[in-house]
Design a protein around this ligand. Structure first.
Ligand code: FES
Length: 118
């Protein structure tokens, strides 16, 4: 997994440029540092999702987890999450949810806003 971490400033809408679109292949995790925070980018069915790298269960580094299609599984206790909604998939009796961030893609660039996605 690549880690892009250059210093950047946000645009007027508070989106930070994080990497070139061409560096985001389908169904691969790319880690970026945004204003000191480590975030995972995943392109799935053309759309880019931005997810906090800390697992919501016990804060393990999700960049060490595994991605299967739309499902991201943590290596620490094997909890799995749906990257599209942030909801937990397994175990289904838990209520943890991924912290996600807003993403926009323009002019061959991917931008992330650090305000948590609702
Ligand atoms: S820390 Fe990720 S599943 Fe427990």
């Amino acid at each position: 997994m690549s880690l892009f971490g250059r210093k950047t400033s946000p645009d007027i809408d508070n989106y930070f440029p994080v990497c070139a679109s061409e560096n985001m292949p389908e169904e691969e995790m790319t880690a970026v540092k945004v204003d000191g925070r480590k975030i995972i980018l995943i392109r799935y069915e053309g759309r880019v999702y931005a997810i906090d790298s800390l697992c919501p269960h016990a804060a393990a580094d999700l960049t060490k987890g595994s991605l299967r299609s739309w499902q991201l599984c943590c290596h620490e206790h094997n909890y799995c999450f749906d990257i599209r909604s942030g909801l937990i998939v397994w175990p289904d009796d838990e209520v943890y949810r991924l912290r996600r961030y807003e993403v926009k893609e323009a002019d061959g660039q991917i931008f992330v806003r650090l305000t948590p996605y609702k």
